[in-house]
Write a protein that binds this ligand. Structure first.
Ligand SMILES: [Zn+2]
Ligand SMILES: [Zn+2]
Length: 420
């Protein structure tokens, strides 16, 4: 190695140190608890898939597929991609493993890492973490409402305040077609003033122009999707609103919300938070009734979403640190050190979290370490104690100290008596 330059982590990835890992664990724990409460089962899927999966399901002309995927060739020349989102893999697994045969309705969740080559910014990373929920097999707007409720319950449990819900309906393929006709009529005269991407989208997928952040202001008077819904889609949307009302969920109808992925139908929604700035989205999703059939499965309705956990982390209040360890063992001489080390191993088997010194430090330094570790108890072992078969047990909360027989039962009893 010629250079002495220190190697750093790759831009857009993040190192998570213990204090932050604590928050991540808390987040994961709450997600799993709520998923259990709503009866969603976990799926775990591979880090990379065949590129064609994302091209087909996310959409050939989306930002993600065109600009953001980490795509590479394997040694056999197949094109592989690090997963940029979860739904395509969930649907692939559903079809590949015949999950349809398990039950008519399937409810899944995942907590996975995703990869997109985006410009890193507040709460946005190139390797990032998402949790998602997907329900396959039901058309019911109750499912859409339940999915929204599930995310809101998770935010609430984590102390995240100020999340707003936007909803819209983009209709089924038939009413979508009517709408796109109207949208094109609106766009034609102003097309020259739109950005280059939007000019292309006008041909490939005009709906996506409504997602454009640059041209947002020029699109205020564009037609609204909900004005073009067929009767079935209209009813589906009004039922959804009614169900959200039943659950006491406040929401805004945002008629310009279409979301950037090809496979959405009818319900679309997003969770936003003003503290996140211009890119205020925490997560979102919607119904994708056509995707499973499109990917080779049977015609099956589905609905789901994903939430960015890196963004949730920014919105989470500080939480109490780890409570520290139960016991720190201080030893006064070499032989006591070995006795302490044996005791340590027994205490750990009993389920206590404990540690000792490994640096032959002075007694004073060992006590300092016990404080630093936030130990509830310190056990002190010296030559004199060993001779009598006892240890000193000191409560670090009260400063109280007493002698206890050097055996697991006696120590355990003493510690448990003080309450844990
Ligand atoms: Zn329709
Ligand atoms: Zn644009």
């Amino acid at each position: 190695m010629g250079s002495n330059a220190k190697i750093r982590n790759i831009k857009g990835t993040r190192d998570i140190l213990p204090e932050e890992a604590l928050k991540w664990r808390r987040m994961e724990q709450v997600i799993r608890e709520k998923m259990k409460a709503f009866n969603y089962e976990e799926l775990r899927f591979p880090t990379f898939e065949y590129t064609e999966l994302f091209k087909k399901s996310t959409g050939e002309d989306t930002e993600i597929v065109q600009k953001e995927m980490y795509t590479f060739k394997d040694m056999g020349g197949r094109s592989l991609t690090l997963k940029p989102e979860g739904t395509p893999s969930v649907v692939r697994m559903y079809i590949q493993h015949g999950l349809r045969n398990r039950s008519k309705i399937q409810k899944y969740y995942y907590i996975e890492r995703m990869f997109r080559q985006e410009r890193p910014q507040k709460g946005r990373f190139r390797e990032f973490r998402q949790f998602g929920a997907e329900v396959i097999g039901s058309m019911s707007p109750q499912i859409d409402a339940e999915l929204i409720k599930l995310a809101l319950d998770i935010f609430k449990e984590l102390g995240i305040k100020g999340i707003r819900v936007n909803i819209n309906s983009i209709g089924c393929p038939e009413c979508k077609e009517e709408y796109i006709k109207a949208l094109k009529e609106f766009l034609s005269p102003i097309l020259n003033g739109l950005c280059e991407d939007c000019k292309k989208r006008f041909i490939t997928n005009p709906l996506r122009i409504l997602d454009c952040k640059k041209d947002r202001d020029k699109l205020n008077s564009a037609p609204n999707t909900i004005d073009y819904l067929c009767d079935d889609c209209k009813r589906h949307f009004s039922d959804l609103r009614e169900y959200l009302d039943y659950l006491g969920i406040a929401y805004d109808v945002n008629p310009k919300l279409v979301r950037g992925l090809d496979y959405y139908t009818r319900t679309v929604f997003e969770f936003i938070h003003s503290e996140l700035g211009a890119q205020d989205e925490v997560g979102g999703g919607g119904r994708y009734d056509g995707l499973i059939e499109f990917l080779g499965g049977e015609n099956t309705p589905a609905s789901g979403y994903a939430v960015g956990m890196d963004r949730m982390l920014l919105l989470m209040p500080e939480i109490d640190g780890d409570k520290g360890i139960d016991i720190y063992i201080v030893t006064l001489d070499k032989e006591s050190d070995i006795a302490g080390w044996k005791l340590l191993s027994g205490l750990r088997e009993e389920g206590f979290s404990c540690d000792k010194d490994y640096l032959e430090r002075s007694i004073k330094a060992q006590f300092r370490e016990s404080d630093r570790q936030n130990a509830r108890w310190t056990i002190i072992i010296g030559q004199e104690e060993r001779k009598r078969g006892v240890v000193k047990l000191k409560s670090m909360e009260t400063g109280e100290q007493k002698e206890v027989l050097l055996n697991m039962k006696a120590i355990k009893e003493e510690i448990s008596a003080k309450g844990s």
